[in-house]
Design a protein around this ligand. Structure first.
Ligand code: ATP
Ligand code: MG
Length: 105
């Protein structure tokens, strides 16, 4: 497997009045063993791009793959293999570290 993350012609339009085009034809391939940072101004689409990887929101068009798995068809397999620490995560103070991990899992 040569790429761990692949986006091909990815489009995400949030429905609404007016609709919001959050991702407009994104093409990106991240090779195995590399470290990448995703930078952009507020509203650029960073969180949407990550959410699509984890199956938390669906792409409108295009393809996204993680470790070779299609985000639409193999979301469960992706979630088994990938850990995501989203912004704003908080621990429960009255639980131990292990209890926090078990509860979150
Ligand atoms: N659930 C939603 N419904 C409608 N529009 C949304 C939704 N989520 C995001 N958007 C819009 O999509 C665009 C991209 O948002 P996104 O949160 O991905 O940007 P971001 O780069 O993560 O921004 P920030 O740096 O503020 O976290 C913005 O215009 C945002 O308002
Ligand atoms: Mg964000």
């Amino acid at each position: 497997m040569s790429f761990v993350i692949e986006y091909e012609n990815l489009v995400k339009i949030f429905k609404g009045t007016p609709p919001v085009t959050a991702l407009d034809n994104v093409n990106l391939k991240i090779p195995k063993g590399s470290i990448h940072g995703l930078f952009g101004p507020n509203g650029a689409g960073k969180s949407t791009l990550i959410a699509i990887l984890m199956g938390l929101t669906l792409p409108t068009r295009g393809v996204a793959r993680v470790l070779g798995h299609d985000v639409l068809r193999e979301s469960l397999e992706i979630r088994r293999k990938v850990g995501l620490l989203p912004e704003g995560f908080e621990f429960y103070d009255d639980m131990t570290a292990l209890e926090n991990l078990k509860y979150t899992a």
